[in-house]
Design a protein around this ligand. Structure first.
Ligand SMILES: [Zn+2]
Length: 268
């Protein structure tokens, strides 16, 4: 079963203020994930979720369609193994969610019509962010991002959206090709986060990395799903939100991010 799960960089205040009281949310989530086939319980949970278009925002920043919400809950009904660490790689179908050796030239097509006169800024910031991930490991990993300009389909599209409950949203390598879109909301152009940093964070998801703060960090929101930590917990990670007294609005790649990324992609 193909899932559409977009991981997003969300303003934490925006995301959590929009999903009712935390205790109501947790109680409804627990009831729904324990009974994912119980329509009433699923609907009760769904009512507390903010929406982006026809999708629900779960865990504060994961997007799923109406139909996929049940699958999402079923996936979360089994407790995830405790993970303490960073960099955290997503697990899809029991495997590390990463690009294979022959898939590592990642091409992207920018929605120039949507971005209009901001296209050059997006192009420049995206290229700068991509270069840092490429340079973090170099030839050992063989990852390269390049803008798609010719014929055929790019690996992913970069699309402008408006009114979304996030600054930008990305996807994991296991996402179906048709759903591989890096969405950039209007908020991107006014955010106080570093704009290249936002793309560093989003491209981290594109490479298969989960949020740094997801497992039991006080003051941060936990997330479900399977994942594997490569390096110890790192409050300075590019994949960390501003929570639990950690995170960095510049969203720079920490030395552990680079080490973890190299370990992850140089091994095969
Ligand atoms: Zn994120």
């Amino acid at each position: 079963m193909r899932k559409l799960i977009l991981i997003t960089l969300t303003n934490l205040t925006l995301c959590c203020g929009a999903i009712a009281a935390q205790s109501d949310y947790e109680a409804a989530f627990l009831a729904a994930k324990e009974n994912p086939t119980d329509k009433a319980k699923v609907e009760a949970f769904a009512k507390l979720l903010p929406k982006h278009g026809d999708r629900y925002v779960v865990d504060g920043d994961v997007l799923v369609t109406d139909r996929q919400l049940v699958g999402y809950l079923m996936e979360h009904s089994a407790p995830a193994a405790p993970v303490k660490g960073e960099l955290i790689v997503n697990i899809a179908d029991g495997h590390l969610d990463k690009w294979g050796r022959d898939e590592r030239i990642l091409t992207y097509q920018i929605d120039t019509a949507g971005f209009g006169d901001k296209t050059d800024m997006v192009r420049k910031n995206l290229a700068a962010a991509a270069k840092e991930w490429t340079n973090a490991c170099g030839k050992k990993c063989g990852i390269r991002f390049q803008e798609h300009t010719g014929e055929g389909e790019p690996t992913f599209k970069v699309r402008k959206v408006s009114g979304a409950p996030f600054i930008a949203a990305a996807f994991f390598p296991s996402t179906a090709p048709i759903d591989r879109v890096l969405e950039v909301d209007d908020q991107y152009f006014t955010t106080t986060f570093d704009k290249v940093g936002v793309f560093r964070h989003e491209l981290g998801h594109v490479l298969g990395y989960r949020h740094e703060h997801i497992q039991g960090i006080p003051g941060c929101k936990q997330e479900g799903g399977e994942r594997k930590a490569i390096t110890p917990y790192d409050g300075k990670s590019v994949m960390h939100y501003l929570c639990g007294g950690a995170g960095n609005p510049k969203l720079t790649l920490s030395s552990q991010d680079k080490d973890g990324h190299t370990q992850n992609y140089s091994t095969d």
